[in-house]
Design a protein. Structure first.
Length: 342
């Protein structure tokens, strides 16, 4: 019997989706085991997990929230004893509880506390980059297991008819670039617009730019209101989880330029849809994309525009990137087949 404790999820849906995917991978590796997902009633995010998972809410009254961690620890100890849990997996936050084996799932190095990590039987993370940072903190590398970021199966290449229908629905039948603005600085956001302007000038075509996860604000609104090609931009603020794979799958290319490192899940989603990716070079993104994506300098609007143009005009480059992406995903998937909980 294995218990999973879920606490302190973030406001970053990409991070929460990554947590969901990793838990799903673990549960699917052990179909004969029964998992209990314990929560203190975090209503911000709902997981969709395999059938061998049962969610238990260890609800804490609002007036006791100032001592949430202490109360949750007591409830967790009681539940571990009740279900005779053989393994306890914490998520991003270690809570001392006596269990046969204790693991910690880390989605970011910022969540790590070396003095706590050394007390654990094992650590699970999503990238070699995070593992290397942990090793720098004198954590034994043999105790760290990696589960690579993988997107849900709903992200798949679209057939021709579905792609054309999706383009008709999202962009009136026009080709478009999809820009995920999550985490993008104002400078990066501006440079993508400038790069798109260059493409419009060079091509003089009806190609469009669809932006998702854009942070609102007067500066951004003023920028878009005065933008020369604003009629060719669509801000998609309410795209559903069911529609997003079609939006991504029908795009000519996917652009992702967050200001700081992220877990890279949006890249994997686009790659899994068979869509070329434009991003910037950092350890996590290169680990995921390798040579299957195009890298740009986020501060270089000309570089961004040239990469967008290359994907638009060079069908061979686009095809090669798609083929390499699918092969890269197969490589990443092989890392997730090794036994995780030992």
């Amino acid at each position: 019997m294995i218990s999973l404790s879920r606490r302190f999820l973030t406001k970053d849906n990409n991070s929460n989706t990554l947590v969901e995917n990793i838990i799903t991978t673990i549960c699917n590796q052990y179909p004969g085991a029964h998992f209990y997902l314990l929560s203190y009633d975090n209503k911000q995010y709902k997981f969709s997990l395999p059938g061998n998972v049962q969610t238990i809410i260890a609800a804490i009254p609002f007036f006791l929230r100032p001592i949430t961690k202490w109360i949750y620890q007591r409830k967790l100890k009681a539940l571990v004893k009740k279900f005779n849990a053989q393994i306890l997996l914490h998520i991003n936050d270690y809570i001392p509880v006596n269990a046969a084996t204790t693991y910690l799932l880390l989605t970011s190095v910022t969540n790590s506390k070396p003095n706590q990590l050394n007390k654990l039987d094992g650590i699970i993370t999503s990238s070699l980059s995070i593992k290397n940072e942990l090793v720098k903190n004198n954590i034994d590398p043999s105790r760290i297991r990696i589960i690579q970021s993988m997107a849900p199966n709903i992200y798949q290449p679209l057939d021709w008819d579905t792609r054309e229908q999706s383009k008709e629905y999202f962009s009136e039948g026009k080709e478009y670039f999809l820009f995920n603005a999550s985490g993008a600085s104002h400078t990066n956001f501006l440079n993508v617009l400038k790069g798109f302007s260059a493409v419009k000038k060079w091509l003089k075509s009806g190609i469009r730019l669809i932006i998702v996860n854009m942070e609102t604000g007067k500066r951004t609104e003023n920028l878009l209101n005065t933008y020369k090609y604003k009629s060719d931009i669509t801000i998609s603020a309410t795209i559903s989880n069911a529609d997003y794979p079609k939006l991504a799958g029908a795009a000519l290319a996917f652009i992702y330029l967050p200001q700081f490192d992220s877990n890279g899940l949006p890249l994997v989603e686009a790659m899994q849809c068979g869509v070329p990716v434009i991003t910037w070079h950092n350890n996590i993104f290169f680990e995921l994309g390798n040579d299957a994506v195009l890298y740009v300098e986020p501060n270089n609007e000309q570089d961004i525009g040239e990469k967008m143009m290359k994907i638009y005009k060079d069908e061979k480059t686009r095809t090669v990137l798609i083929q390499k992406s699918l092969l890269q995903l197969q490589t990443l998937a092989t890392h997730n087949t090794a036994a995780i909980l030992e």
